[in-house]
Design a protein around this ligand. Structure first.
Ligand code: 1GP
Length: 246
């Protein structure tokens, strides 16, 4: 089954999915594999692999391979550029940073990467990436014009543009390690506007309560990374999963 179909089925069944983000640049491949295994035990639905800085080449390939050895969960690449592609992954969020000021992040990397995705045979999942203030490293690297937190109408405008461009997924990103997640009022405004287009929310989600608020506001998928970098992975993932699923 295609990864996107699996995610959609799970959203239909459970109300939401939890995605665990692993940055290949943050630890050795065997460590990444342990995190993925712990997240799988905790009930996460897929492993996203990517990061804003580095994390390409052999380190990325070895990380994806190590993760695939220890879990059957889908692996989805989350690339910041064409360098974030690996032939070993199952799928790739084929994403455009819609509110970037640099065409490199809107269409150029996508053009450079598209033939590679085809050659590797990995499943592209079309996604709009929208950076919300503060935006973190992703915002800086992607030269974004972060959307002010008190301006949901700007996020709605970008998300609707994504829908009308045919993207099936929209990701509201506050930035890894953000002090606060994307505001629920913004999530709600975006979901009300885009309807059946799937909404991913990430950045600054550290506990089940915040994850639940995001899902109640309309998020279909929650991404967490930083929260499991320290401490026990499985109980933390269980906290997120328990909070967001029906
Ligand atoms: C970053 O949205 C993701 O791209 C995850 O953010 O590390 O804050 O969980 P955190």
């Amino acid at each position: 089954m295609k990864v996107e179909d699996l995610l959609n089925e799970t959203i239909q069944k459970d109300g939401a999915v939890h995605l665990t983000l692993i940055d290949p640049d943050s630890q050795a491949p065997d460590e990444a594999a342990k995190i993925a295994a712990g997240a799988a035990t905790g009930g996460t639905d897929a492993i996203m692999v990517g990061g804003s800085l580095g994390g390409g080449g052999a380190q990325l390939d070895e990380t994806v391979l190590a993760i695939k050895k220890c879990t059957d969960l889908p692996t989805i690449l989350f690339p910041s550029s064409v360098a974030g592609l690996s032939k070993h992954a199952d799928a790739v969020f084929f994403m455009s940073l819609l509110n970037s000021k640099d065409v490199m992040y809107v269409t150029t990397n996508q053009a450079l990467g598209a033939p590679i995705v085809k050659r590797y045979g990995i499943e592209p999942i079309p996604m709009a990436y929208i950076i919300i203030s503060p935006g973190g490293t992703a915002g800086w690297v992607g030269d974004a014009k972060p959307i002010p937190r008190e301006k949901p109408e700007l996020a709605v405008a970008y998300a609707l543009a994504a829908k009308y461009l045919g993207m099936r997924w929209v990701y509201l990103e506050a930035g890894s390690g953000a002090g606060e997640s994307v505001p629920p009022a913004m999530i709600k405004a975006v979901k009300d506007a885009i309807g059946d287009t799937k909404l991913i929310v990430g950045g600054g989600i550290r506990d089940g309560k915040t994850a639940k608020e995001c899902v109640e506001a309309g998020a279909d998928a929650i991404v967490t990374g930083t929260a499991i970098e320290k401490g026990d992975v499985t109980p933390k993932i269980k906290e997120f999963v328990g909070a967001i699923k029906n």
